[in-house]
Design a protein around this ligand. Structure first.
Ligand SMILES: Cc1cc2nc3c(=O)[nH]c(=O)nc-3n(C[C@H](O)[C@H](O)[C@H](O)COP(=O)(O)O)c2cc1C
Length: 212
């Protein structure tokens, strides 16, 4: 096996779907030999608004063990600076990245200015409520930011036969059908393929840099 690849998986999730994809990716990346940080970004919605949506308790439940295992599980700029590869996920909000993840991105100006976000592998994932509700627009919006970082954007493409089943070459995307459809085997397979590809490409880049 080559050098240990450092992967940060950074996400926002309100009702647990993106969190579940992130966890699947974390497991896959770990199995692929990576050193993995799994990090949520902080909540921006007022507590009163959160409490009006009981389904949001789901995310707290899904990520409880992550919280217990890592008290420092809220993402910071260091999680990107540390990493060779970053997998970043957000629910689709009006066809775009959630304000919570965008707010986190907007805290990265200093690191960006010092060139600390460049030359890493980046890849995105999302979840929507409806089948055509903005998977691709959200993933492309994330990729826009990755370009500004000077990132090496690694999409899954159709690099595995299973990609013809989930059908999204831009990144893993789930649709929760208004909360009725939990993250399923198709989405999990896509998450594994993407995580393994990200680790593999980051490893190859690391090896090439070490040899240069
Ligand atoms: C304010 C808001 C805007 C949303 N906008 C969209 C949208 O544009 N398209 C869509 O399909 N679903 C939309 N949704 C649904 C979420 O994207 C969907 O439920 C997603 O799976 C949630 O991910 P999470 O469980 O990780 O929070 C929206 C939800 C909220 C609360």
């Amino acid at each position: 096996m080559g050098a240990l690849v450092k992967v940060s998986i950074i996400y926002y999730s309100a009702t647990g779907h993106v969190a579940e994809i992130a966890r699947e990716m974390a497991e896959s990346a770990t199995k692929a030999g990576a050193d993995v940080r799994l990090r949520r970004v902080g909540e921006l919605a007022p507590q009163a608004a959160v409490e009006t949506r009981p389904e949001r308790a789901f995310d707290a439940e899904m990520t409880a063990d992550v919280r217990v295992a890592k008290a420092d599980d809220v993402a910071t700029a260091d999680d990107l600076i540390w990493a060779d590869a970053v997998l970043m996920g957000s629910p689709t909000r009006f066809g775009n990245v959630s304000a919570q993840l965008k707010h986190f991105l907007d805290t990265l100006g200093g690191a960006w200015q010092r060139g600390l976000l460049a030359d890493k592998v980046y890849s995105g994932f999302t979840s929507t409520g409806t089948l055509h509700g903005g998977h691709e627009s959200t993933l492309l919006a994330l990729a826009t930011t990755f370009h500004h970082f000077g990132g090496i954007v690694v999409a899954p493409g159709y690099t595995h036969p299973a990609k013809f089943t989930d059908g999204n070459p831009y990144g893993t995307s789930h649709h929760d059908a208004g909360g009725a459809q939990p993250v399923d085997d198709v989405t999990r397979a896509a998450a594994r393929i993407q995580a393994e590809r990200v680790v593999g490409v980051a490893r190859s880049i690391g090896a090439a840099r070490a040899a240069a």
